[in-house]
Design a protein around this ligand. Sequence first.
Ligand SMILES: [Zn+2]
Length: 139
Amino acid sequence: MSDSSAAVLADVNEHDVEDQRSTKQALLRGWRCRCPKCGEGKVLHSYLKVNDSCSSCGQDLTHARADDGPAYLTILLVGHVMAPLMHVVYFAWRPEPLVTFTVFSLGCLLSSLYLLPKMKGIVIAYQWARRMHGFGKEA
Ligand SMILES: [Zn+2]
């Protein structure tokens, strides 16, 4: 192998390493509602609206197509936590129906409001990491 072809391969490998997108790292940044590329800039404003670009690295975020994914994931998680919890609480303590309704309604509402932006950040981060919907074009 000549020196020039080795230099080209090293350049290609360096570009590949630079261009790799870790899904796990992107999902963790998405959970924090941060830019999946740099982890610094915020992805969302006004609770659930996606910023056009990252304020830190300039990553174009207009390709994000979260649609109903975050709501679906939120319902999935909250339902799978609250339904068994309601069963356990009912059979362990038999609280008054009004107390059960109040506690679990507030629990569902507050946990959904907490999880929804995080799920949206995760969905956008996953799309970025997997180069979906035009997120891979700038590479
Ligand atoms: Zn960024």
